[in-house]
Design a protein around this ligand. Structure first.
Ligand code: PLP
Length: 421
């Protein structure tokens, strides 16, 4: 008996032993997690991932089947993710500068290519300086806390991206949330915020769920009237909005009125990864000293820097790439509207096909894939209840035939499921 008890103790299985206690904690955790996962499945909001067996691009191969799938759901707006020059630049950077820095920037993680890319980003946006992050999520997580104190105020559009919301949560400034793109509400909140030292209005330049563009001219006018700064997140604008692809501020003629831009290298600019802040030099200098995701996370890998750097070169050489998508977007939006669908937003390659019902969005997206078109349905809680949709994203590398095939498939599937008469 003694032996048995000792054996159990040594193996950590005896009742009352620390291992047994932690074993029961693990079992309890498992039960809790499984029930939470079951709730997600039950609510119909489970997100499954399709596995791609080819490069990112307008035509995909999926594992376990589909080849020649037409892809309409990537943020690869300019098709640069698989551009031969972008890939070559990544390979060259990998060979010359290695796989990675094994360090944060301020210890021994800054190479000449990081400095070059920051200079290029600032030049592209016509700003004083820029700072790189591992992602735009990190850039958004780092900026508000570093910049704003309890003496200040931040005014945020209620539909801003999750990373802006999280970044604002981390800071101690006074928080105001204004109704989506509602300038009356923003003005009322700015009036109330006059009592604070500094006011920062924060908005997505283009909103990714609705494909709508922030009214930046009006926002900047209000900011001027109430002495506020303007911050924009340009993840769904950099590289393709505006005559030279500089973004929403260029499109709306307010490049000199927006103070701070955060954006991503993981969408139109080559699609690898990475994010940045660009704006006044003292702000960038302060972020290098204080921004936690910058200070406490590894440097961007050289291959990733190489991709983004080449993408910016291509965009700065000529505005042809930036302009190449407007006609494609227009073709899709007008043909779908003529077919009887409602497309949310305006003039943006994010084209949400509004369906209302969550199940309808899910079955139609599945049926689109059966016809070789990869699109994704979005429903609550990603979008408000009753506003389910299929989000289509146009890329400059879609051909007119690709777009027409997508519209034809939508028309067939819409008729089959009663979304069209
Ligand atoms: N901001 C917006 C508006 C986004 O859509 C995204 C990505 O989905 C991010 C920030 C985060 O960008 P990243 O993928 O570089 O972290």
């Amino acid at each position: 008996m003694w032996r048995g008890a000792a054996g159990r103790l040594l193996r950590g299985g005896g009742a009352g032993s620390p291992r047994a206690a932690s074993g029961s904690a693990v079992a309890q955790l498992r039960r809790r997690l499984e029930s939470e996962l079951e709730d997600i499945r039950g609510a119909g909001t489970w997100k499954s991932e399709r596995v791609i067996a080819s490069r990112q691009g307008p035509h995909l191969r999926l594992t376990g089947g589909g080849a020649g799938i037409l892809n309409f759901c990537a943020n690869n707006y300019l098709g640069l993710s698989s551009h031969p020059e972008v890939i070559r630049a990544a390979v060259e950077a990998l060979e010359k500068f290695g796989a990675g820095l094994s360090s944060v920037r301020f210890i021994c993680g800054t190479q000449s290519i990081h400095k070059d890319l920051e200079e290029k980003i600032a030049r592209f946006h016509q700003r004083e300086d820029a700072i790189l992050y591992a992602s735009c999520f990190d850039a958004n997580a780092g900026i508000f806390e570093a910049l704003l104190t309890p003496e200040d105020a931040v005014l945020s559009d209620e539909l801003n991206h999750a990373s802006i919301i999280d970044g604002i949560r981390l800071c101690k400034a006074n928080k105001y949330r204004y109704k989506h793109m509602d300038m009356q509400d923003l003005e009322a909140k700015l009036q109330d915020a006059q009592k604070h030292r500094l006011r920062l209005v924060a908005t997505d330049g283009a909103f990714s769920m609705d494909g709508d563009i922030a009214p930046l001219r009006e926002i900047c006018q209000l900011a001027q009237k109430y002495d506020a700064l303007v911050f924009i997140d340009e993840c769904h604008a950099t590289g393709f909005l505006g005559p030279n692809g500089r973004g929403t501020d260029e499109l709306l003629g307010v490049m000199d009125k927006v103070t701070i831009i955060n954006s991503t290298l993981g969408k139109a600019l080559g699609g690898a990864a990475g994010g940045y802040t660009t704006g006044p030099k003292p702000l960038i200098d302060l972020l290098r000293q204080r921004s936690r995701p910058y200070l406490f996370s590894n440097s961007l890998p050289p291959a990733v820097v190489g991709c983004a750097s080449k993408a910016l070169d291509l965009l700065m050489e000529s505005n042809a790439i930036a302009q190449s998508m407007a006609a494609k977007t227009q073709r899709f939006r007008s043909k779908m509207t003529a077919a009887g669908f409602t497309i949310s937003g305006k003039d943006h390659p994010i084209c949400p096909v509004m369906l209302g019902d969550a199940r309808l969005a899910a079955v139609m997206a599945e049926d689109m894939l059966n016809r070789g078109i990869y699109v994704i349905g979005f429903s609550y809680p990603v979008v408000p209840k009753g506003k389910a949709r299929i989000r289509v994203q146009i890329s400059a590398v879609h051909s007119d035939e690709d777009i027409d095939r997508c519209v034809e498939a939508f028309t067939e599937v819409g008729r089959k499921h009663g979304a069209l008469p």
